[in-house]
Ligand binder design. Sequence first.
Ligand SMILES: Nc1ncnc2c1ncn2[C@@H]1O[C@H](COP(=O)(O)OP(=O)(O)O)[C@@H](O)[C@H]1O
Ligand SMILES: [Mg+2]
Length: 422
Amino acid sequence: MKVMVVGSGGREHALAWKLAQSPKVQVVYVAPGNGGTALDKRLQNVPVTDPQELADFAQREGVYYTVVGPEAPLAAGIVDLFRARGLRIFGPTRAAAQLESSKDFAKAFMHRHGIPTAAYQTFSDAGEAHAYLDAQGAPIVIKADGLAAGKGVVVATTLEEAHAAVDMMLGDNKLGDAGARVVIEEFLEGEEASFIVMVEGGHVLALATSQDHKRLQDGDAGPNTGGMGAYSPAPVVTPALHARVLREIIVPTVRGMEKDGIPFTGFLYAGLMIDKDGNPRTLEFNCRMGDPETQPIMARLKTDLFDVMESAVTGKLDQVVLDWDRRTALGVVIAAHGYPDAPRKGDTITGIPADTEDSVTFHAGTTLADGTLLTTGGRVLCVVGLADTVKAAQRTAYAAVSQIRFDGMQYRTDIGYRAIRH
Ligand SMILES: Nc1ncnc2c1ncn2[C@@H]1O[C@H](COP(=O)(O)OP(=O)(O)O)[C@@H](O)[C@H]1O
Ligand SMILES: [Mg+2]
């Protein structure tokens, strides 16, 4: 069978890598892919990003199904387009993808259906937003309504920062349409976790738990990024909490979308804040898998991913049982010079170790040019180590990281520190 993965990041490399392990898969097309997917003989890059052209390609090549990695094509309606042409695809429709593409939509949805989340109000008028901030005080959180590639949220510890965030979004229009409306919400304290499930036909299949590291520097200092590392499982999500998140957040979300007439299909990712008493609240929804969470999660998945996705696109997700490697997988992201503000491109990458039973390197911002691997900016690689304990997985991952070289490489040295503390 031929299958296709849409996207070019570490998440897509990990999904394609796992799909290619299936004996039923002849080729995995990755559109457009990266340097790592170009190097893997079982994967084939397709230099196409336009949804209509992707559908043409899938039709022409007889692609059995397509899996969408990133949010942008989902929010643009790639699923609606493929379905209208009778092509199998796993992901939410454009309407259902609003759970991620509009934070105001998601907050109103959660309030309507009694799903635990921070208190909030939405504004398009700067004056009203400023007045609300003064009434609420700091700390407080300001979020652009639309997709902003991880740059749309300001966690303000002072009122000055909060007012500046509103000015940036509503006044100076720095985020364009995405920031034309802002959600201002209550600051929540606690520990974050990523809770990702597959949804289809009202059925829910939970993936392994994980935790991301959003800040650039050790000890969660520095600016927010797309994610500097992740590990799975996340010990903060105990079995009791797992059951509670399904009951109080995931199932009401899936049922709520059905009731609202926009049933959700695809990966559903709830970003959770777990307070010191162990109560989960929803920070946000994503309508796709997380990056870098996908990399350690795929490294632990033992079940044939081709079969899992086939069940999902043919209405049999309720028959799937997932089998996980019992070890911890821990992924360290190596980012480019200047990331996240102004990532540099074109640095030569050397020393990536060959994958082994207990370590694998997924590519993101890389390209293969005449046999040389070059950075193409942002997050460049995610190196995953697997071992029986978090500490040992950390050692394995960093041993591989230490062999890799490119000018200006940046990575955190403490990925997994929270799990080690637990
Ligand atoms: N209400 C909140 N209280 C405290 N921190 C928050 C809150 N909402 C978001 N954050 C922090 O900001 C980060 C980004 O917010 P999120 O809603 O996940 O938006 P996005 O991923 O689209 O940038 C979160 O991972 C979390 O660290
Ligand atoms: Mg988030």
